[in-house]
Design a protein around this ligand. Structure first.
Ligand code: KG4
Ligand code: ZN
Length: 334
């Protein structure tokens, strides 16, 4: 079955064509990030206006790239939440109109869940068997899931406050670095000493929950207390804060997801979301996995960030299990 995926939960407008939940025939992503950068964060109004302007073109280009016609599409799978209201509405309305006019089945899919599915795309041989644990760390979410089947996804824990990527973005802003902050912190951390500053973000009530708001304030306080007028000293300080912050966050992600694997007796951990594009994170997870006899799966970089291929893939699996939406489909912000 050929599935058209549509994803507009944040700043991206993405459309993908995926065959049988696996082979990605096309995955177009138009980002409006350059219009948000100067504000240091996503401006929802700008995002949804850009999405309105680009969605028809992005869908047409995904179909063209995949060499399929609208009549070949067996399902339209669209992100129905969580995300920015205006942005979600653009994707959902477009998908509904297409579904109604062409009589193609429609399905609304949870965006955070779809991140783990990025690992199952384009796999010739699939060694990933249920049940498994998944950690999704993005700009809007940090969640640990116990996944027994595509329609049996149990949330073990999530962040109480800032999402992990949001913390990278905010710390980068505090340090005067660019947006999005994740890649900037990663770049500066390369020349910093990760052991130079003792940060902490492991204290939460729930053993699988996260909290990143305290470490953001700790980074701010550390910068103010130790800042120097000498440029060279200040540069070293920024690099050390980046390296120490990054390692502390990665270590807590490893600790909690490995604990989830241990308690749920799973040897498989699937990672997803923009933050897992981080090379240091990948290295540290793989290293720790080797020592704990676990197998970690990371999506290719293009599928770590928001994309419609993962939405098409998960939609296909859920549709096979009998799930379908009607034209009352609305955004689900929970
Ligand atoms: O999954 P994503 O593309 O969008 C959301 O669903 O939020 O994630 C975007 C987030 C941003 O906060 C960004 O700073 C972070 O992922 N990010 C990174 C890296 N690349 C992107 N965080 C750490 N290291 C990176 N290399
Ligand atoms: Zn996402």
């Amino acid at each position: 079955m050929i599935v058209l995926g549509i994803e507009t939960s944040c700043d991206e407008t993405s459309a993908a064509v995926v065959s049988n939940g696996s082979k990605v025939l096309s995955n177009e992503v138009a980002s409006s990030i350059k219009f948000h950068s100067k504000y240091g964060g996503i401006i929802p109004e700008i995002a949804s206006r850009m999405q309105l302007e680009t969605i028809s073109e992005v869908v047409a280009s995904a179909l063209k790239e995949a060499r399929v016609k609208l009549k070949d599409i067996g399902l339209i799978s669209v992100t129905s939440g969580p995300g920015l209201s205006g942005s979600l509405l653009v994707g959902i309305s477009f998908a509904k109109a297409l579904s109604l006019s062409l009589k193609i089945p429609l399905l609304g899919v949870n965006h955070v869940h779809s991140h783990f599915y990025a690992n199952l795309l384009n796999q010739r041989k699939n060694n990933i068997k249920f049940p498994f644990i998944s950690l999704v760390a993005s700009g809007g979410h940090t969640s640990l899931f116990y996944i027994r089947d595509f329609d049996r996804i149990h949330t073990l824990g999530q962040t109480y406050d800032d999402a992990c990527g949001e913390a990278f973005d905010k710390v980068a802003k505090i340090l005067g670095l660019g947006y999005p902050g994740g890649p900037e912190i990663e770049r500066f951390a390369l020349k910093g000493d990760p052991k130079s500053i003792k940060f902490n973000c492991s204290g939460t009530k729930g053993k699988f929950d996260f909290s990143f708001s305290g470490i953001k304030t700790a980074a701010l306080n550390y910068l103010h207390k130790n800042t120097s007028k000498k440029r060279k000293k200040r540069d070293i300080l920024i690099k050390d804060i980046c390296a120490s912050f990054q390692d502390t966050v990665i270590d807590v992600l490893i600790k909690k997801s490995f604990l989830a694997c241990k308690l749920k007796k799973s040897r498989i951990l699937l990672l997803g979301g923009g933050v897992v594009a981080n090379k240091r994170l990948r290295e540290k997870f793989l290293n720790a996995a080797g020592k704990n006899s676990l197998t970690c799966y990371f999506p290719p970089l293009a599928y770590s960030m928001d994309n419609a291929a993962m939405v098409a893939g998960l939609g296909y699996q859920l549709f096979k299990k009998g799930k379908q939406s009607n034209l009352y489909l609305n955004m689900d912000l929970s």
